[in-house]
Structure formats: structure tokens, C-alpha cells
Design a protein around this ligand. Structure first.
Ligand SMILES: Cc1cc2nc3c(=O)[nH]c(=O)nc-3n(C[C@H](O)[C@H](O)[C@H](O)COP(=O)(O)OP(=O)(O)OC[C@H]3O[C@@H](n4cnc5c(N)ncnc54)[C@H](O)[C@@H]3O)c2cc1C
Length: 587
């Protein structure tokens, strides 16, 4: 331990994560303060770059639209668990968010008369559900790639300082106030402490708690895990979205844009089954409904393939030229990974773990909240790691690229505003100790268990027991398995004892975060005894607004909590309702 070099840095604002949310925050903060972005990936490798289909904004470029319709769709899509003040901001500020990107140089697809083109996406409708509306701005099926490249170029232009391939592993607090983040440098194995007046978490999602997922290998939820370990709450962790169209058996995503452009889901007998589940908007119903319908078709024996375990996405009626112009990447995925030609053959698809609606609770200024909505001064979160609750129980497609731009920008703005007058919270002398001890423990461990095996078993139990359908029984099974894996995690060892590029060591640490987040997910799923949005409890199949029209808040506790039987305590907090009273959700 004594050999570890610790380097100290000091900034006004430190942003953890260089995805869309982190870099949008950096662009906002950069001109006004000394800003650093600390990222475990090189910025342009962040998962935002994998986003395909588009970014919602009621520009009304191709047909009538309004921010108020967008707000309503977001609230209804989220099964009324959305904080409506936040959804209003998301929808209102969407137009400026697109214009910002346009001004930064993003090459959006255009209409023949030169306006930004827009296409349909699930759950986005005209006049409160009457018909699908064209609201999604896009750059072919590489929208996220374009956003990420554009933001990075603008960060470089502004001279933002990046610390790439630095893994933040802890948040140093002093007297309950954040003072620094502690990071591990991949290339050297050295430790860095970044003191800052404002700290922004923008660390993305944690799809790797599941086996079949659209998420990149790096999405292990470190930022969310760090906040939880500090005793701060996590909100709505039971709501995890399964995207309907993952390539069957693989989980690689085929964007909803495929259905936005006219693609149709069919079961083994060729029936367009969504007509039965959502007669008005059919294949463009929100993701939770479509994923459930698909899983149900398979359950009831109407799936395709040798094991009847998937359905089909049919694009064969679309002109190949349209496919090439608007869906080039995803059709290539179907050819490469399944050997299927989308021009002429329907593509086998099944729901894949995709997006965390829950995460670090924030208010509309992206300030992190602890008990009773108390602001943690100087701490911010934005993007998929955060829960400002614009997505509620189910996110609408294209609302996340919007979220990272709107709330990333807000995080940058308010972080700078705070840093202008705040004093640096003194960095405790022992700031790096917890991280040093955690790394040392893993390095020295001599146990028999292997990290990859434990991760595999974790992902398998989550896929089997906490996927689209859940019951008390399956959740108990997942819970017991996670307890077993936690014990076995204490008995791991890693092969690589070196200091340089020790990914072995970091994967072990990441597994720790995955175990924490999977456990919180399962416990919150178990306690929410109703069905709402992406959370379907077969033993409690209806929505229960009397009891559960509330956000869950999960805290790590010192002692075992009686109610959950673990070191996790649950609380609940009211949903912010402005205009829309909960109604039955029909499409
Ligand atoms: C395949 C796919 C397609 C999608 N398509 C769409 C779409 O068309 N429209 C839409 O709205 N949404 C889409 N989404 C969702 C959306 O892309 C993401 O939710 C969003 O981009 C997340 O952005 P972010 O900035 O929060 O996180 P990310 O882009 O994931 O970035 C996270 C950052 O945090 C850093 N980080 C993480 N842990 C640490 C750590 N310990 N230390 C330091 N840095 C760390 C990483 O290096 C990275 O830079 C898609 C998602 C996927 C997976």
C-alpha cells in the first residue's frame, strides 16, 4: 500500500464521466471555471456513442407538435411515476437542446427543404394519444455517435481538461459534504485525488447486472454504486427497461427507429400481434408494453425458431433504399450477427435489458438529494446514472439522449454557479485510504473464486428471475443467489498482480458495484407489490395508486434492516404531479 503514489489535483468543477451528460455539462461549465472531466473510458468510447434512433424534441418541423403533448406522453409513458415538473422542463428545453447541438455542428438528417427531419418513436403521439407523431430528430441510426463526437469536439475547442482511463472509485466526504473524488489511473496503477467545489456524476447505466443486454461491457454502475456506499439513497431502482428489439439470443440492439420507419412485429404465424395489445398505436406502443407483449407471445407458444423463443421484426415491406438511408447500421448488425438479410427476411428479436430509469435522486437543478429531498451541497448528477424522474416507471425512446442534453447542461450550469461562491470543502487527509484498502484487499486475496464466473452467475440469475416478468418467488431466488455470490466474492483472487493496465483488478472492483446494484434492484422489486411500467409483478398484476404512487428510496444501513432482512432500508417519497392525474394507460 505504501508504494502507491497519490497525486492531488484541484478544480472548481470535476465531472465524472465523459458520455453525453458529462460532456454537455463540461461545455456549459468550461468557459466559466476550472473544469476537469475524469472518465474511465476515452470520451468517444462512452455508451452514448452506441445510441441509434434519435433524440426527441417537439420542433414541429414535419407535422404539428407541442411541448405540452411531449410532456403528456412522457408522463403517461412513465406510467404516472414521472415527476411532472421535471418532465415539463425536459419537453420545454428540448427545442433549445437540439438547436445547441445543431450550432455545435451536429449533422442531423434533413427534410428536402433543409429543416431537421423527424421520425416516429414509441409512445410519442399527437394530441394526447390520438396517433403517432414525428418527434425524433436523428442522424441515420447513428444519432448517439454524432452527439458524442460533436460534444467531444466542442470540449476540445474549449480546452476542457480530460483525465481519460481514470476509474473513479470513491467520493471523499468531509462532515457530510463532498470534497473530492478518488480515482485509479489504468495506465500506471496510481491513485489521484481530485478536489473540487462542485462534483458532477455522469457515469451512465448498469445494464451489466443482466446477461442479455444492449449495454456495453463498461456499464457497471460504478457512480451509482459509489453514491449508495456513501449512505445516500437511490431512487426507483425496481424500474429497469427491457427494450423490445434485441437480436434474439444476443441482446444487441435494433433501434425502435426500425418500427418508427414502419417495421412490424410478427409472431411465428406472421400475425401482427401488437394490434391485439395496443390497437391505436400498435408497434409504436411504449417499450414496456411491447416487451411484455412479445414475452407473452413466446410464453403462449406463438414464438418462432427451433425453441419458439423469439418473435420477428419485419422490414421486408420497406424499400431497400429507405433501409439503407435510415437504418444502415442496425440492418448490418442483423446480417453480421444473425446472418439474416433484412431486405428479404424478418429478423429474430427478443427483449434485452436496456436502460435504468432509477438511480441517483436529483432535483431539476441536477442537485443530488438525500433524506427528505435535502440537497447535498456541491454534488450533482445527470444522465442515465441520475433519477430526476423524467422517465418514471418506463422511459420513452429518444427521451434519454434528450435527458443527457437538457439535464447535463443544467448540471454544468448549476455546478458552476455553486462553485463561484462556495469554498472548497477541506479534503480529509485519509481521502484515498478507502480506495487503497479496497484495491489492496483484491490484489492480495488468495481465494478460489473467479470474477468472471461470479459475474456470469449474477447475470444469469437476474435474467432468469428479475426480467420482464417477476414474482415474489423468482425475486427470492435472485435474492438468495446474490447473498451466496456476495459470500463467494469475499473469496476471490485475481491473476494479474501488476500495476499497469490491470483490468483484472478493475473487473473485480466493478463486480462489487454490480452485486450492490443487483441487490438493491431485487429488494426494491420485491417490496413494490404492484405492476407499473417496466415492473411487472405477476403476483400483483395491477397498478395500485393507493399504495404505490410513490418513488422508492433505497439506503445502505450499518445494521440489518428488519423489513428487508439486509443492510438496505427502504423509504418512499411522493411523485410530483402538476397537470396530469393518473389515468388508466391505454394505447
Ligand atoms: C445500444 C443503445 C442504443 C440507444 N439508443 C438510444 C436512442 O436512440 N435514443 C435515446 O434517447 N437513448 C438511447 N439509448 C440510451 C442512451 O444512449 C443512454 O442512456 C445515454 O447515452 C447515457 O448517457 P450518459 O452520458 O448518462 O452515460 P454514458 O454515455 O454511458 O457515459 C458514461 C460515462 O461515465 C464514465 N464512467 C463510468 N464509470 C466511471 C468511473 N468509475 N470512473 C470514471 N468514469 C466512469 C464512462 O467512461 C463514460 O464516459 C441507447 C442506449 C444503448 C445502450
Amino acid at each position: 500500500m505504501a508504494n502507491d503514489n497519490v497525486t492531488y489535483h484541484s478544480y472548481d468543477v470535476v465531472i465524472v464521466g465523459a458520455g453525453g451528460a458529462g460532456m454537455r455539462a463540461a461545455i456549459e461549465a468550461g468557459p466559466h471555471a476550472k473544469v476537469a472531466v475524469v472518465s474511465k473510458l476515452f470520451p468517444t468510447r462512452s455508451h452514448t456513442g452506441a445510441a441509434q434512433g434519435g433524440m426527441a424534441a417537439a420542433l414541429a418541423n414535419v407535422e404539428e407538435d407541442s411541448w405540452e403533448w411531449h410532456t403528456f406522453d412522457t408522463v403517461k409513458g412513465g406510467d404516472y411515476l414521472v415527476d411532472q415538473d421535471a418532465a415539463e422542463i425536459l419537453a420545454k428545453e428540448s427545442v433549445q437542446a437540439v438547436i445547441d447541438l445543431e450550432n455545435m455542428g451536429l449533422p442531423f438528417n434533413r427534410t428536402p427543404d433543409g429543416k431537421i427531419d423527424q421520425r416516429r418513436f414509441g409512445g410519442h403521439t399527437r394530441d394526447h394519444g390520438k396517433a403517432p407523431v414525428r418527434r425524433s430528430c436523428y442522424a441515420a441510426d447513428r444519432t448517439g455517435h454524432m452527439i458524442l463526437q460533436t460534444l467531444y469536439q466542442n470540449c476540445v475547442k474549449l480546452g476542457i481538461e480530460f483525465y481519460n482511463e481514470f476509474y473513479v472509485l470513491d467520493l471523499a466526504m468531509n462532515d457530510g459534504k463532498p470534497s473530492a473524488v478518488v480515482a485509479y489511473e489504468l495506465a500506471t496503477g496510481d491513485i489521484h485525488v481530485f478536489a473540487a467545489k462542485s462534483i458532477v456524476f455522469a457515469t451512465g447505466g448498469f445494464g451489466k447486472i443482466y446477461k442479455t443486454t444492449s449495454n456495453a461491457h463498461t456499464l457497471t454502475g460504478d457512480g451509482v454504486g459509489i453514491i449508495f456506499r456513501k449512505g445516500l439513497p437511490l431512487e426507483d431502482m425496481e424500474f429497469y427497461q427491457f427494450h423490445p428489439t434485441g437480436l434474439a439470443g444476443l441482446g444487441i440492439l435494433l433501434s425502435e427507429a426500425a418500427r418508427g420507419e414502419g417495421g412490424i412485429l410478427r409472431n411465428a404465424s406472421g400475425e401482427r400481434f401488437m394490434e391485439r395489445y395496443a390497437p391505436t398505436i400498435k408497434d409504436l406502443a411504449p417499450r414496456d408494453m411491447v416487451a411484455r407483449a412479445m414475452a407473452n407471445e413466446v410464453r403462449e407458444g406463438r414464438g418462432g425458431g427451433p425453441n419458439k423463443d423469439y418473435v420477428f421484426l419485419d422490414l421486408t415491406h420497406l424499400e431497400p433504399a429507405v433501409i439503407d438511408a435510415k437504418l444502415p447500421d442496425i440492418t448490418e448488425f442483423a446480417r453480421t450477427y444473425l446472418g439474416v438479410e433484412p431486405y428479404t427476411e424478418p429478423v429474430p428479436v427478443f427483449p434485452t435489458a436496456h436502460y435504468a430509469m432509477g438511480g441517483i435522486p436529483t432535483n431539476i437543478k441536477a442537485e443530488v438529494l438525500s433524506d427528505n429531498d435535502t440537497v447535498v451541497p456541491g454534488l450533482y448528477a445527470a444522465g442515465e446514472c441520475a433519477c430526476v424522474s423524467v422517465h418514471g416507471a418506463n422511459r420513452l425512446g429518444t427521451n434519454s439522449l434528450l435527458d443527457i442534453n437538457v439535464f447535463g447542461k443544467r448540471a454544468g450550469r448549476y455546478a458552476v454557479e455553486y462553485a463561484k461562491t462556495a469554498k472548497q470543502v477541506p479534503v480529509p487527509e485519509n481521502a484515498a485510504d478507502e480506495v487503497l484498502a479496497m484495491l489492496e484487499k483484491v490484489r492480495k486475496a488468495k481465494g478460489k473464486e473467479k470474477v468472471a464466473q461470479l459475474r456470469k452467475e449474477l447475470q444469469e440469475t437476474m435474467d432468469k428471475n428479475a426480467q420482464v416478468f417477476r414474482t415474489e418467488e423468482t425475486l427470492n431466488e435472485a435474492f438468495d443467489k446474490i447473498q451466496e455470490l456476495r459470500k463467494r466474492y469475499e473469496n476471490i483472487s485475481i491473476q494479474d498482480q501488476g500495476k499497469r493496465f490491470n483490468t483484472d483488478l478493475l473487473e473485480a472492483i466493478e463486480l462489487g458495484f454490480l452485486l450492490d446494484l443487483a441487490e438493491v434492484t431485487v429488494i426494491t422489486c420485491r417490496e413494490r407489490r404492484e405492476s407499473r411500467g417496466a415492473h411487472l409483478r405477476e403476483d400483483f398484476p395491477t397498478r395500485d395508486d393507493q399504495k404505490f404512487m410513490v418513488h422508492s428510496m433505497a439506503y445502505k444501513t450499518e445494521n440489518t434492516d428488519k423489513a428487508t432482512g439486509t443492510n438496505i432500508k427502504l423509504g418512499w417519497k411522493p411523485v410530483v404531479i402538476t397537470n396530469y392525474q393518473p389515468m388508466e394507460r391505454k394505447y
